[in-house]
Ligand binder design. Structure first.
Ligand SMILES: Cc1cc2nc3c(=O)[nH]c(=O)nc-3n(C[C@H](O)[C@H](O)[C@H](O)COP(=O)(O)OP(=O)(O)OC[C@H]3O[C@@H](n4cnc5c(N)ncnc54)[C@H](O)[C@@H]3O)c2cc1C
Length: 458
């Protein structure tokens, strides 16, 4: 197939590199002046390590000092507005409508973050289920719903404590895929190694996941997030069971692979093997990984080897290598395998686009699509959309209170995604200068003083 597709695309690589050089500040013309200034201010704040490294603590202190309401009022027009779509369907729709008109597709996310120690009862998990079913409904029933995707945090439906225990059982090989598929079907399975209350909670959790999958099939693709290495094996096994049950005639359930993990390549190859042996569709969200610092600290504390690659270059090689493996698999069996290239990294995006050309694959998102987070690297998303690729924006929503841990992580990430953000800041600044230049010229022509004129909002 290489030889076949090459002559057709022989001249394309240069056009492709030019189109995807991401040098054009024009991508930001759609932003209002206020949005430009906000983005610049937020990214500027994210560039101070002392501020970012302590922002969780600083936010708690600030909230205690000024009170919840005032704190919320302070955050809403700034960091929150940069990274979160809003709180209710009206606000979310407004934000999505705009994105949809720019050719971006929706990937809604309910950023409920559960971690060890926050023991919740069945009632909390049932409420989270309702929130996620609402997310399924919103994702597919609006004017902006084009081939919608949504993200699912499994630890919002199944306690992290149980996931840790399941992870050890998987290590001892006492849990298998078929057992989980039967439990999803509602069979009262007795899982070896779990006590009575753990079994009861596990079965409830699987029923919650089953409800979400049933509501989503043929409507919304559900992408299960990868979290920490002490729960990931459990999340992956449950996700595989969901794939086996629901991905028989289409790829509706997807899993996430974090390429910063040393074992990520072998996990991906294993997933490809299982999906092939068992005959179900495999959807892959390929990311570098968002929890590097905590993974490293934990490994050090417990005297384990670091699960994360030694340096950024190794993570990069890992990402690009897995990207090649998946694109090859997708090009051979597009009905069986799917990938979303979830990254802000321009080189990885270009690499994927080039490989798609070489393999003769379409841009329209049938089998390969791209993903970036709301408020991050819009110059990448908008350029890809303009070039006809299928691009999703991950759009978290919820109250200031509920999205705080998510916001903290975004601020921290904006330090590591430095290169992309530096570039974005530069492009934002150029667009700002372009507009201020326009405004000064307009004022001169009309004999007015620039400072007496209201903001130029186009
Ligand atoms: C649609 C979408 C969904 C996502 N879902 C998830 C998810 O389910 N789970 C999850 O964990 N993340 C998820 N992410 C977040 C993703 O992992 C981050 O956006 C990503 O880490 C940033 O990497 P990049 O490829 O965009 O940028 P780059 O700037 O190219 O890379 C930065 C990343 O490289 C890695 N890195 C940096 N320094 C080092 C170092 N010294 N050694 C080793 N590695 C290093 C880290 O992973 C860091 O985040 C998602 C992102 C998107 C866009």
């Amino acid at each position: 197939s290489h030889l076949h597709s090459f002559p057709r695309t022989a001249k394309r690589p240069e056009r492709l590199s030019a189109a995807l050089s991401f040098q054009e500040p024009g991508a930001f013309r759609v932003k209002s002046l206020g949005e430009l200034l906000r983005a610049l201010a937020v990214f500027r704040l994210c560039s101070y390590p002392a501020l970012v490294n302590n922002c969780g603590k600083l936010m708690s202190v600030a909230r205690a000092l000024v009170g919840r309401r005032l704190f919320s009022l302070m955050l809403r027009p700034t960091v929150y507005a940069q990274f979160v779509a809003g709180e209710d369907e009206g606000e979310i729709s407004q934000s999505m409508q705009k994105m949809s008109s720019l050719g971006l597709r929706p990937m809604l996310a309910v950023p409920i973050e559960e971690d060890l120690g926050a023991t919740s009862g069945e009632k909390t998990y049932d409420e989270n289920l309702e929130a996620m079913l609402e997310c399924v409904r919103m994702s597919h029933s609006n004017a902006w719903s084009k081939e919608p995707m949504m993200q699912l945090k499994m630890t919002a439906l199944l306690s992290p404590e149980l996931c840790v225990k399941l992870t050890t059982l998987i290590g001892q090989r006492t849990l298998n895929l078929n057992l989980l598929v039967r439990a999803l079907d509602g069979e009262p399975i007795q899982f070896p190694g779990l006590n009575e209350s753990e079994v009861a909670h596990f079965l409830c959790g699987l029923q919650r996941l089953n409800k979400i999958a049933e509501a989503s099939i043929n409507k919304v693709r559900v992408l299960v997030d990868a979290e920490y290495t002490y729960v990931n094996p459990a999340l992956s096994l449950v996700t595989m069971a969901m794939m086996k049950k629901f991905n028989q005639d289409g790829v509706w359930i997807w899993n996430t692979y974090q390429c910063y993990l040393k074992e990520s390549r072998s996990l991906l190859l294993e997933a490809l093997r299982v999906s092939n042996d068992e005959g179900f569709g495999l959807g892959v969200k390929l990311v570098r990984g968002a929890y590097m610092d905590k993974e490293r600290k934990l490994a050090e504390k417990e005297g384990r080897p670091d699960p994360v690659h030694r340096c950024w270059e190794d993570t990069n090689d890992s990402y690009n290598g897995s990207l090649d493996v998946m694109l090859e698999a997708v090009s051979q069996k597009p009905e069986r395998y799917r990938i979303i290239v979830a990254t802000h990294n321009e080189d990885s995006v270009r690499r994927a686009a080039r490989r798609m050309e070489e393999l003769g694959m379409d841009n329209d998102g049938g089998a390969v699509c791209f993903g970036q987070l709301l408020g991050m690297c819009d110059h990448v998303s908008l350029t890809l959309a303009k070039e006809g690729y299928a691009v999703y924006k991950s759009v978290p929503y919820g109250s200031v209170e509920d999205t705080l841990p998510y916001l903290v992580r975004r601020a921290q990430e904006n330090q590591t995604v430095l290169q992309g953000i530096r570039k974005e800041r530069e492009l934002l600044r150029r667009e700002l200068h372009r507009r201020l230049g326009l405004r000064r010229r307009w004022c001169r022509a009309n004999g007015q003083n620039a400072s007496q004129v209201g903001p130029l909002n186009n």
